[in-house]
Ligand binder design. Structure first.
Ligand code: FA5
Length: 350
């Protein structure tokens, strides 16, 4: 019986080595391992063996079964790989000189206004900074003078991670890092801090035609000796007339933000309705576009800058709303919709 088993093992090995198809493999599995297969037939005769022989033969039969099963699996893998290779070989070669069959893509309107603003501010000596979307509570709130339990937090509810970090609710979350990064060259070398930092912001709030839960802002700061509100107004006006390539009506009104003192709201006359009132401007004729103000002494101090010696302004431009105004997009939700028909009509005119 031992000889018979070894013969089966050898025959199965020879057969499997020579097989070329999945069907042959399946036949071999039935022939050697199936209920009516050769191995099962031998095992059925085990009863005729002596008590001493039975465990020895039983163990050998199991070994041979495992051996054949393993060979079948390996062979199946080998055949599958050959099949894939044949499919690859049959594919037409990729010809990079062929003309593209897809239509040309376009930049997202927010990318376009962001680049436009970056170009304008760079030409006025600002440099562009990048910042994380996931920040700490300290960066987003405490370092901009919004301590825990301050009522101003209610206006900027956001999304919290289990580790206590959060998705930044405004680009002001990068202010502290910027001051710390550039304070030495300001203090030691007299180089003013002039930076903008665009970025995606998140707020846990109801959406409507002018509010999204995910939107873009662009923060800007300038710190030096003798910086005043006049500097702030000059830069804001220059930026807006460059972006819109025409005079736009703006108004400045008092606004409260714990990180500026005094603080302002810079509104722009709604370009969708010409100031008459529509859903995009909540029927007021004005759209809140760019809150700003003189950086609060406490915020400068937390950034390692002495507010007795230096002053500065900061603004938080709503880039998404700027894109709406510039391109006449009536509903902010279209911008995150992924609707190519709506989004692909703008081109990069750079
Ligand atoms: C802020 O986020 C302040 N960090 C701005 C700031 C910076 C003030 C520096 C002073 C100095 P506010 O929450 O108002 O402020 O948002 C600023 C701008 O972002 C708004 O004017 C608006 O244009 C835009 N914005 C705010 N919330 C949304 C929203 N849900 N959807 C779309 N745009 C929004």
């Amino acid at each position: 019986m031992k000889n018979q088993l070894e013969k089966i093992r050898q025959a199965a090995k020879n057969a499997l080595d020579s097989f070329e198809t999945k069907e042959q493999l399946e036949e071999a599995r039935i022939k050697y391992l199936g209920k009516k297969g050769e191995l099962t037939a031998i095992l059925k005769q085990m009863g005729k063996l002596s008590a001493d022989e039975r465990p020895v033969i039983g163990q050998l039969a199991n070994e041979i079964r495992a051996d054949i099963e393993e060979k079948i699996i390996l062979k199946a893998k080998e055949l599958k790989e050959k099949e894939i290779q044949l499919e690859i070989n049959a594919m037409p070669e990729f010809d990079i000189s062929l003309p593209a069959s897809l239509e040309r893509g376009s930049y997202h309107p927010i990318t376009l206004v962001q680049r436009d603003c970056e170009r304008i501010f760079k030409s006025m000596g600002f440099h562009v900074e990048d910042y994380s979307e996931v920040v700490s509570d300290y960066e987003c709130f405490e370092a901009v003078n919004i301590p825990k339990h301050h009522p101003a937090r209610d206006m900027q509810d956001t999304y919290y991670l289990e580790n206590g970090q959060l998705l930044k609710s405004h680009t002001s979350a990068a202010q502290n890092a910027i001051y710390l990064k550039y304070k030495d060259s300001l203090i030691n070398d007299g180089v003013p801090i002039k930076a903008i930092f665009p970025g995606r912001c998140f707020r846990n709030e109801a959406t409507d035609a002018c509010h999204e839960n995910t939107f873009f802002q662009m923060e800007g700061v300038m710190v030096d000796k003798n910086i005043s509100i006049s500097n702030l107004i000059y830069f804001m006006k220059s930026m807006l007339s460059e972006v819109f390539k025409k005079d736009v009506k703006v108004r400045l009104r008092p606004g409260f933000f714990p990180f500026v003192e005094p603080g302002f709201e810079l509104d722009i006359s709604c370009l969708i309705c010409g100031g008459d009132g529509c859903p995009s401007c909540k029927n007021s004729g004005w759209l809140e576009l760019c809150p700003c103000g003189m950086i609060h002494p406490e915020v400068l101090r937390m950034g390692g800058i002495d507010p007795e010696e230096y002053t500065g302004f900061a603004f938080g431009l709503g880039l998404t709303r700027l894109a709406m105004m510039k391109y006449g997009i009536k509903d902010i939700r279209d911008l995150n919709s992924g609707n190519l028909k709506a989004l692909s009509q703008f081109t990069d005119d750079e």
